[in-house]
Ligand binder design. Structure first.
Ligand code: FEO
Ligand code: CA
Ligand code: CA
Length: 633
């Protein structure tokens, strides 16, 4: 069911570059004469902030925690103000195509294709001329709620309804600016753009043109229509946007028994999102290669609305939860990505080539060539990156891997063969450049240790893990290291819970189900929570209220609740401007609950942000301090 937020699969028997990215690259330039030139003019203004960002001493967290909330509202700490921008249905600002949102959801599919999509998720801010007051926001629209998308839900399912559903997915690029402490979306904007579930994509990397990607409609295997279920995201140091295709398999229908490959990727006999009824390529029974064309990290140039986005297959196929990028000392790209499904994997990609000056165009093939690794976490606190390279170890034709293209299409099977560690649903990653540490949220895994499922291991230490954890590791000499050391930053939970495995070890405010992560320029780790709407406020989550955005101090381990969201929502996509004075965060699926089904606004637990009996709408929240100071201090 597409309405159900939590597809949890167990088919396995910088965002803008942070100031850390820029500072670290700058330091490397000084030390080695390396990549600095490549940073070019785009991010040059950020370099001025490096000295202050690395100056230590003051406590990282200075605000007072907000209390647990069950209100249908966004609550921020004293001294802060929150503002809503860019809710679902507002025009993105394409000149000559700015249809107003209609509150009864009667906008057409064509109108939706130039309006903000539904269910805002991963997001990155791109400064224009280095500004922290004027820039672009690129953001994902993970999925849709068909009860809210149309005046009459899914009654009278039609080609128009399928098209509108597809148009409400994908990615938006909007131009935003601040004036006197208020942010607004600039319309029209020459940057404004929507990418939908039917926009043309090029395919790059070892699976481009591969037989497993060829279909009747695209015998070349090099042009794919659309991206959907885009979850987490990240900016690259060369100024592009990376977005992960997450639970794409559930959009496919299949009227026969899936084969072993399809089963490993979670294809089930059934009707999927019912897109196939009016768009035949989503019938995997008839078009078995179409699902192989999804599950990739896609790259978008947010500065060029006419550019063709690309599926970067060298980084492997997965239920990708975004992509977080840094650079090695000599300027090669390193991209981390989790696969949010039960008992799946964490990946790292290291590019062969170095980043070049000149932005997206100059780096158009940077993510085409390199080495993909899967993580293995050993019980002694060390770990190893295992290469997914055709011809090495078990990844040979005899085992079903004919070439590197097949290795990346079958990255799960390759990781199974290599012995990667099956994790508790890896979600977002954040990088502490100064310490060469990477943080990854493992949101929960209630199947861990249950009958027929894998048991606990050192990295995933709790049976029936309802709470989740944040794991962190320190790479060896550089981000291309083959070995690392790891520990748990925090086991989420509530100390008042009866069951020991649900108590956790949080220092500070209790929380559950970490999902979005972002490390700001001061080194604060921001944690977005995503307790399932159907479980929120019940059982082991009883005392935790609505989902929240928390701030953590990586040195002391302290966690403080910074913002609570409206009823039924999750928090996601937190990011900050380079000056650290504006925080953007997305409110996704307010008013969702397990009973909501096809119901429209009146029956929902939330009417945020419009109030009354309005349909709840996902939107971006902008948080500032009333005195204009640094967020979180
Ligand atoms: Fe789309 Fe893993 O949350
Ligand atoms: Ca997520
Ligand atoms: Ca999640």
């Amino acid at each position: 069911m597409i309405e159900q937020h939590h597809w949890v699969e167990d088919s396995n028997p910088s965002s803008t570059p942070t100031i850390h990215d820029i500072c670290a690259a700058s330091r490397r330039t000084v030390l080695q004469g390396g990549v600095g030139a490549a940073l070019g003019g785009l991010f040059a203004p950020w370099l001025a902030g490096c000295a202050s960002a690395s100056a230590g001493g003051a406590p990282l967290l200075g605000f007072r925690s907000v209390p647990v909330s069950q209100a249908d509202a966004v609550v921020v700490p004293e001294g802060y103000v929150a503002q809503v921008i860019a809710p679902w249905g507002e025009p993105v600002g394409v000149a000559g195509a700015m249809p107003a949102f209609r509150a009864d959801a009667s906008n057409s599919a064509a109108e939706q294709a130039v309006q903000m999509g539904m269910h805002h998720d991963g997001m990155a801010y791109y400064p224009l001329q280095g500004s922290s007051r004027h820039g672009l926001l690129a953001l994902n629209h993970e999925y849709v709620d068909h009860g809210l998308l149309y005046p009459d839900g899914r009654q009278g399912w039609s080609a128009e309804k399928v098209r509108k559903s597809q148009a409400a997915h994908g990615i938006s690029v909007i131009e935003v600016a601040e004036h006197d402490g208020r942010w607004e979306v600039r319309r029209p904007s020459t940057y404004a753009r929507r990418i939908t579930a039917y926009s043309p994509f090029a395919v790059g990397g070892p699976a481009a043109g591969h037989p497993m990607l060829r279909t009747a409609a695209d015998p070349s295997g090099r042009t794919v229509l659309g991206t959907f279920n885009n979850c987490a995201a990240g900016a690259t140091p060369w100024g592009t946007y990376l977005s992960g295709e997450e639970n794409w398999i559930y959009y496919f229908a299949c009227d026969r028994q899936p084969d072993a490959h399809e089963v490993r990727w979670g294809l089930r006999r059934g009707t999927g999102a019912r897109w196939h009824e009016h768009d035949e390529r989503f019938d995997a029974g008839r078009h078995p290669n179409e699902p192989n064309r999804f599950g990739w990290i896609v790259e978008v140039d947010p500065f060029d609305p006419n550019s063709t986005p690309v599926k970067r297959t060298a980084m492997g196929r997965a239920a990708h939860e975004g992509a977080t990028t840094t650079l090695t000392r000599d300027g090669r790209a390193v991209v981390y990505s989790g696969e949010d499904a039960r008992f799946e994997y964490i990946y790292k990609f290291v590019s062969r080539d170095r980043m070049q000056p000149g932005g997206a165009r100059a780096n158009a093939t940077l993510l085409e060539h390199g080495t993909l690794y899967v993580a293995r976490f050993d019980a002694d606190g060390t770990g190893r990156w295992l290469p997914l390279v055709h011809g090495q170890g078990p990844l040979a034709a005899a085992n079903g891997f004919a070439d590197q293209g097949e290795v990346v299409v079958k990255a799960r099977q390759a990781s199974d063969a290599l012995g990667g560690t099956r994790m508790d649903r890896p979600e977002w990653l954040a990088i502490d450049e100064a310490r060469r540490e990477v943080y990854c949220s493992l949101t929960n895994n209630s199947a861990r240790g249950t009958a027929g499922m894998p048991g606990v291991d050192a990295a995933n230490p709790r049976a029936r893990n309802t709470m989740g954890q944040v794991i962190r590791w320190r790479e060896g000499d550089d981000f291309d290291a083959i070995t690392f050391t790891w520990s748990h930053f925090v086991l989420a939970g509530d100390a008042a819970n009866e069951r020991a495995e649900a108590r956790g070890n949080v220092r500070g405010d209790a929380f559950a189900c970490p999902d979005g992560l972002w490390m700001d320029r001061r080194g604060v780790l921001w944690i977005c929570t995503d307790m399932s709407p159907s479980a929120m406020g019940r059982g082991e989550y009883t005392r935790l209220g609505n989902n929240a955005l928390l701030a953590a101090d990586p040195r002391s381990g302290e966690v403080r609740r910074f913002l609570t969201g409206p009823a039924g929502c999750e928090l996601t996509g937190a990011t900050t401007t380079p000056d650290g004075r504006t925080l953007f965060v997305n409110i996704q699926h307010p008013g969702e609950n397990s009973e909501s089904g096809d119901s429209s606004g009146a029956q929902r637990s939330s009417h945020w942000p419009d109030g009354g009996q309005a349909r709840p709408r996902s939107a971006t929240v902008v948080v500032r301090r009333l005195d204009g100071g640094l967020i979180g201090t």
